[in-house]
Ligand binder design. Structure first.
Ligand code: MG
Ligand code: MG
Length: 272
């Protein structure tokens, strides 16, 4: 690794196994939240359900106390893109809800996010959520040992641009992850391929496109956390943590390790 790759943490296979444990807690917590999220529930109630499941799994919420964040998950509704602080807001029919979850097991982190809709939403919102999720998978699928970080960025952007007139946030990116939630390198959701640090064994990355139905310009609310679209357009956010092994890609926060989605994209599965 060269000078520009300083600060990148390479994990041993045993440490990656530890990250898998954290990733499974995150994946299962998000699956539970997808089931329980409904109109009439407050975002604080969702948060409490998440914290209870994370702790009963023997894990610790990554987000709680992170630079003063008071939730165990981020819940970002409609024009909120990311970093929504759980609170008294009550979810209603038609809301588009992004839930971001992080957990720590034995010092190793997992980080993933889903976006779901409560009840009926316009077709354009359904498409936004689908395109965002597909773009994340395309990004992961573009990663190869010996490739570069921006191969992921390029694949994400290509998919979103080809799908329609969407905004892609540039001020917020994916990231390295391991013994801390946020580590070098950044993983932007746009850019030319073949740039940035090399993709090597032991690297773990969170890939997380943040996509809007309008402009990519954002503001941060007075709570100093919640990122909203400036034009009020709805946004979606999908995230997974993954690594590369000699066999292929292993999505540490997907319950099946990404096996099904990777197969659909023709990518070998690298998990155990
Ligand atoms: Mg996250
Ligand atoms: Mg993240």
């Amino acid at each position: 690794m060269g000078w520009r790759d300083r600060g990148i943490e390479l994990k041993t296979p045993e440490q990656i196994e530890g990250m898998r444990m954290a990733g499974l807690v995150v994946g299962r917590t998000l699956e539970m939240l997808r089931e329980v999220a409904r109109p009439g529930l407050s975002t604080a109630e969702l948060d409490a359900a998440a914290e209870a499941q994370i702790r009963s799994s023997g894990a610790t919420p990554s987000f709680l106390g992170y630079h003063g964040f008071t939730g165990s998950i981020c819940v970002s509704v409609n024009d909120e893109v990311v970093h929504g602080m759980p609170g008294p807001r009550v979810l209603v029919e038609g809301d588009v809800v992004s839930i971001d979850c992080g957990a720590i097991v034995d010092g190793w982190h997992g980080d993933a996010a889903i976006t779901l809709a409560l009840g009926d939403v316009p077709d354009e919102v359904t498409a936004l959520m689908r395109v965002t999720d597909e773009a994340m998978w395309r990004g992961i699928a573009a990663a190869r040992l010996g490739g570069r970080v921006s191969d992921i960025s390029h694949a994400v952007e290509q998919h979103v641009r080809a799908a329609g007139d969407y905004g892609i946030l540039e001020d917020y990116t994916g990231h390295g992850i391991g013994s801390e939630m946020h580590q070098p390198p950044d993983v932007p959701n746009y850019g030319r391929p073949g740039r940035g640090p090399r993709l090597v064994k032991g690297l773990a990355l969170a890939v997380e496109p943040m996509v809007t139905l309008g402009s990519a310009d954002t503001d941060v609310l007075d709570d100093d956390w919640t990122v909203v679209t400036r034009d009020g357009s709805k946004a979606a956010h999908s995230e997974h943590t993954f690594t590369l092994t000699d066999e292929g890609a292993w999505v540490l926060t997907a319950i099946d390790g990404g096996r099904e989605q990777l197969a659909a994209l023709g990518v070998p599965y690298g998990g155990d």
